[in-house]
Design a binder for this molecule. Structure first.
Ligand SMILES: [Zn+2]
Length: 78
């Protein structure tokens, strides 16, 4: 329960998506396991103040690395 509280404080929003947070944690190790630890750094970026999506321009907290830049979840090709 303390973990949920700290997550809310960190994001600054009560709408924090626990599932999305888990996906991000899972994504990092698997990318690092590919052989290059630096790859994990560029997999996604997260900014509580919001970052503009390179594809649609919408300001979102989480952006994933894609061809041409960082895009929001809706624009990311999974
Ligand atoms: Zn987008």
């Amino acid at each position: 329960m303390t973990e949920d509280r700290s997550l809310e404080e960190f994001t600054g929003e009560r709408s924090a998506d626990d599932n999305a947070e888990t996906e991000e944690r899972d994504a990092e190790p698997s990318d690092a396991a590919d052989g290059d630890a630096s790859a994990a750094v560029a997999t996604y970026r997260w900014d509580p103040e919001g970052v503009d999506c390179a594809a649609c321009g919408e300001s979102v907290e989480r952006l994933w690395n894609a061809d041409g830049g960082f895009v929001c979840e809706a624009c990311k090709e999974w």
